[in-house]
Ligand binder design. Sequence first.
Ligand code: CU
Length: 470
Amino acid sequence: MNRRHFLSTAGSALGLAALTPRPGTAVGSPAPRVLEARAATAPLMGDAAPPAAVWGYDGRVPGPVIRTKQSEKLHLRFENRLEQPSTVHWHGIRIDNAMDGVAGLTQAAVPPGESFDYVFTPPDAGTFWYHPHNRTWEQMARGLYGLLIVEESEPPAVDRDLALAFDDWRLGEDGQIDEASLGHMRDWSHAGRLGNWLTVNGVSQPEIPLRQGERLRLRLANCCNARVLSLRLDGHAAWLMALDGQPITPYQPDDGVITLAPAQRADLIVDAVLAPGARPAILEVSGAYALEAAYLSYRPDEVLREAPLPPPAALPDNPLPSSLDLGGALRQELLMEGGAMGRMAGARHKGQQMGMRELVDQGMVWAFNGTAGMTETPLLRVERGRTAVIEMINDTAWPHALHLHGHHFRVVERNGEARSEEPWRDTLLLERDEKAGIAFLADNPGKWMLHCHMLEHQAAGMATWVEVLG
Ligand SMILES: [Cu+2]
């Protein structure tokens, strides 16, 4: 299959019902909500091919949208009906460490046929997501991910709130997931596993119906293994409201492009200002030419309101620290090396110094501070309540998407220049040869992973951890 196929213009219908919360996904009752990972099929190519064999939460791709409320306890019972051990990680939630779902660091992986109860109270409202943290590169490529929406106690006034999970699949001509290429070192040492088939909520080029005058909240999530997405909504000036779940001062990006690295999210507010019958696209514009990822289909004969609405007010703040003590911060460098066209000659792995050939034999091609893969000791240990600054240096020929668990951080330096007022994030896109200092208040005790969210890079060495001492 070639790139043209990825850019196919075959449309599919997606009913409104599929985009709105389904009955039964609400949580809050004392009985746990069961989330079952299992094999299933999904019509990823629509009518063009038989349904693809996938792994999905509750047998769906994406998994069910889990909606809950800020500061309300959530109780989810993960049941593993896969052939592999798995866990669930609640990405971006500043969670109790024991609930973070990282196999080998915060819990043992859940064996097939067994279950694990995740109980936590999300401190922040916003758009989050969940996925496995064991063989993530394979389990996510097969379809295990879903969105976790934490509603504000007073949500902004919108007519509809739609969650859109973007994913690129690598499919063969038969419409099935290309399994033979799972684990290929060529992907692992280059950009990661890039797909050839883009879906939004598991559907290729869905039609999202809307009425003129509607105000929509769109929650965009990049659920790709490795692809950086650049999204633009044709014909509309969208308000960017939040990044990685955390509110920002709303603004309309000049070029309208929202770039999302793997795992990043953006909340938008969009006013449907076009005429009835219009059919603008949500475009993916990172490639040589734009791809229609989805369509907004204006109903031909329905108008909700005529007059334009005033600009939206900012979302309510989450309880993040009001200041970061950069002067008194613990500082730690993180040198990122390796990959194709890199300069790395070798690295430590499993306690031994290895040359590149030996590393490749171990499935390792990337390193942090000269070590490939997880270590017994953390990158840094920081006392609770102290600010930490990690100075990241991307000395590779590739972009990376660095994700810190359990905390949100701000970029405070970029390429040698001090920055202020950068948004809170949980995942940072760092381009080749770029440097960035990230600062966070170490207020959440435990063992927290810091890794590249291009999942093949993570699996091939770009993984470490930070310990916040209780
Ligand atoms: Cu990476």
